[in-house]
Design a protein around this ligand. Structure first.
Ligand SMILES: Cc1ncc(COP(=O)(O)O)c(C=O)c1O
Length: 395
């Protein structure tokens, strides 16, 4: 333990277990039960400036999970919503209206990209997409009408990392919101608010929930920001169901422990894939040959649980590899306790032409792996058998 540490500041693992927890009253449950009630008794006909009503996001489970997220992100407040997309959409809508503008990284989750390029323009909100690695592009795209600067880090599926300075300075220059979707990093590996991010966004469906059994999103930031997002959430009905909030809170208790293991296993598998003859390329920010390794070291506390590989033999080999897996599952999500494998050309990037795939760094044979918590020995055996199958040309 660092002797200079503030004794009033608790560690991340402690916050994950205890923040937002129920009051320690004798005889009361250690774990807050799911409160399935949509509405709550009033004490008087004129009771309550803000009634408790689950669409408003103030049910006990919604409140306690939000408190835990705020503690983990180190922000004043947080809010859990019905999905990652709800968190992203409500955050943008809270800051931008007709005539306003968004500057965003070109490397975004597919639905976020569609939201910016097709849905928001119908509401009079335009977006300019920039190459996130081009330090000058952020400021160049920013106008006095820019209300949100949005990025995703690390990027999917090439796991690239970039300097947060240029988007932060661009946002500050016009008083816009800097919003970052850090689903792939988690607060264990990147505490985005410490780097000047105003709206920290997650698809909590992934690592925060961690068990592939819920859909949820979160936004963390100042109380003012969260109040603005909550106002949109109430109108659009994008609040989280209490049961999903309870599951998310349960998942969050083990987040630091899970992510530490994801980090270790992904690093070990990335190194090992480098020795597999049929694997032409391995992408993981922890590898010294990753283009952003130095930046990832400086920015992040861990390199994350995602590894991407490129197989010799292209698309056909990647299909055979996926079909041959017996332990890892082929499924399009990530961040669960189980290892999940997908090919971006069949999932997140299915609409892209082969030229666009190349431009996005998704070569033929590209496979994305969300490394789970299984024994490494068993994962290696599964991947070794699949890689061997993929090396055999079909008869
Ligand atoms: C980086 C990222 N952001 C946002 C989303 C959307 O999250 P949800 O499916 O919870 O709405 C996803 C989903 O895969 C994602 O990977």
């Amino acid at each position: 333990m660092n002797d200079d540490s503030d004794p009033t500041e608790r560690g991340l693992a402690t916050e994950a277990v205890h923040a937002g927890g129920p009051e320690r009253a004798p005889g009361s449950p250690v774990v807050r039960p799911v409160v399935h009630s949509s509405t709550y008794f009033w004490s008087d006909p004129g009771d309550g400036a803000e009634p408790i009503y689950t669409r408003l996001g103030n049910n006990p489970n919604q409140r306690s999970v939000a408190a835990k997220v705020a503690a983990l992100e180190g922000t004043e407040d947080a809010l859990a919503l019905a999905s990652g997309m709800a968190a992203i959409a409500m955050t943008i809508l809270s800051a931008a209206s007709r005539g306003d503008h968004v500057v965003a990284s070109r490397s975004l989750y597919g639905a976020t990209h569609l939201l910016l390029k097709e849905e928001l323009p119908r509401r009079g909100i335009s977006a300019t997409l920039v190459d996130p690695h081009d330090a000058d592009a952020w400021a160049a795209a920013t106008t006095p009408r820019t209300r949100v600067v949005l990025l995703e880090l690390p990027t999917n599926p090439t796991l690239r990392v970039f300097d947060l300075g240029p988007p932060r300075r661009a946002a500050r220059s016009v008083g816009a919101l800097l919003a970052a979707d850090v689903t792939f990093a988690t607060p264990v590996n990147l505490r985005a608010a410490e780097h000047g991010v105003d709206a920290v966004l997650h698809s909590a469906t992934k690592y925060l929930g961690g068990h592939s059994d819920l859909i949820a999103g979160v936004v963390a930031g100042s109380a003012e920001l969260v109040a603005g997002v909550a106002a949109k959430m109430k109108l659009y009905g994008a609040s989280i169901d209490p049961h999903a909030a309870w599951l998310l809170e349960r998942g969050l208790r083990t987040l630091p422990t899970r992510v530490e293991r994801h980090n270790v296993s992904a690093m070990a598998l990335a190194r090992w894939f480098g020795t597999v003859p049929t694997v032409r390329r391995v992408l993981h920010p922890g590898l010294p040959d990753h283009p952003d390794h130095a930046l990832a070291r400086a920015l992040m506390d861990g390199f994350g649980g995602m590894v991407s590989i490129v197989l010799e033999g292209g698309a056909e080999a990647a299909d055979t590899f996926c079909r041959s897996l017996r332990l890892a599952s082929v499924a399009p999500s990530l961040g669960g306790v189980e290892t999940l494998v997908s090919q971006p050309r069949h999932t997140s990037h299915a609409d892209l032409s082969s030229g666009e795939l190349e431009a996005a760094g998704i070569e033929p044979g590209f496979v994305r792996i969300s490394v789970g918590l299984e024994d490494l020995r068993d994962l290696k055996a599964d991947f070794a058998a699949a890689a061997a199958a993929a090396a055999t040309p079909p008869p």
